[in-house]
Ligand binder design. Structure first.
Ligand code: NCD
Length: 308
């Protein structure tokens, strides 16, 4: 039962619970009209302390398309955070008005702190360089819809694997399926954090390799997950400038990939995928953004305990 629970990191849900969410998302995609009033009278609060396009809009669109309503802020200086209010006090107040909340925050663990005093379900919409579980639900729904199964895959993750929270959450979630292998493609300085390597990959005996060059591994990948270099989390601009164009996926490199290789990206992209790749049928990132709304519809219904 997901009713009343929070989603702070991908392992909060079992594989079976995730399957239930994907099954509900499938039903919503098949017949969206049927769900147009599923959340009548319910209110979602979106608390965004960091910039966002897809995550916030898809949460808000999801609630509105279910017949519910949305309140919130996308500019923390317009809330009492600017007066020094604690997260715990802010969420206790929001919980007086809303039924469910989605929070994005630059500090790792902030949504977890909020969930402790909320009394309503809190969804982590990205906490610093830590986790981003609803992006993972989005990524998994895309794989489920486009490929059918999560098993027997070689997954290449490319770019900023150190600060990229979507990568950390996706590795965690995919590590629970049979016969998955990871190829971690990044510059030395932007490798996956030690805790992900040790506590997820090594602990579960998941085969993985760390490489710097993309070309040599492209032919073996079933999924290529591209990411942006996370400028806002760098300590100095010089390092960012040196690393920002480490990887650029273009049409020539796509020729090295399998015919059915899936290319995903949480977006926003900066330079790491050339626009010419967009017309390749293997480029799924805009479809992925659309699936993000459907999976959030399924998530909101499930956490509110609304049958569907
Ligand atoms: C990602 C994020 O915020 O972590 N974006 C998103 O939610 N789709 C990825 C990024 O910002 O690079």
């Amino acid at each position: 039962m997901l009713a009343g629970r929070s989603l702070l990191e991908p392992m909060d849900f079992t594989v079976e619970e995730m399957d239930e969410i994907f099954a509900l998302a499938d039903r919503i995609i098949d017949d969206p009209k049927k769900y147009a009033h599923a959340c009548d009278g319910k209110l979602l609060a979106t608390l965004f302390y960091e910039p966002s396009t897809r995550t916030r809009f898809s949460f808000e669109a999801a609630m509105l398309r279910l017949g519910g309503q949305v309140i919130g802020f996308s500019e923390p200086n317009s809330s009492s955070a600017a007066k020094g209010e604690s997260i715990a006090d802010t969420i206790r107040t929001i919980a007086c008005y809303a039924d469910i909340a989605a929070m994005r925050h630059p500090k790792e663990g902030a949504p977890k702190v909020a969930a402790r005093s909320a009394g309503i379900p809190v969804i982590n919409a990205g906490d610093g360089g830590h986790q981003h579980p609803t992006q993972t639900l989005t990524d998994l729904l895309t794989i489920h819809r486009e490929r059918g199964s999560f098993e027997n895959m070689t997954i290449g993750l490319c770019g900023d694997l150190k600060f990229g929270r979507t990568v950390h959450s996706l590795i965690k979630a995919l590590s629970r399926y049979e016969n998955v292998k990871f190829v971690l493609i990044s510059p030395e300085e932007l490798r996956v954090p030690e805790y992900v390597r040790r506590e997820v990959l090594e602990k579960n005996n998941i085969p993985y390799r760390e490489v710097e060059r993309m070309q040599e591994v492209l032919p073996e990948l079933d999924l290529l997950y591209m990411t942006r270099i996370q400028r806002e989390r760098f300590f100095n601009e010089e390092d960012y400038v040196r690393l920002k164009d480490s990887y650029i996926l273009d049409a020539e490199k796509m020729e090295l990939g399998k015919e059915n290789m899936m290319v995903l990206h949480p977006l926003p992209r900066v330079n790491e995928i050339a626009v010419e790749v967009d017309k390749d049928p293997r480029a799924l990132y805009f479809k992925q953004a659309k699936y993000g709304m459907f999976v959030r519809m399924a998530l909101i219904m499930s956490l509110l305990g609304i049958e569907g």
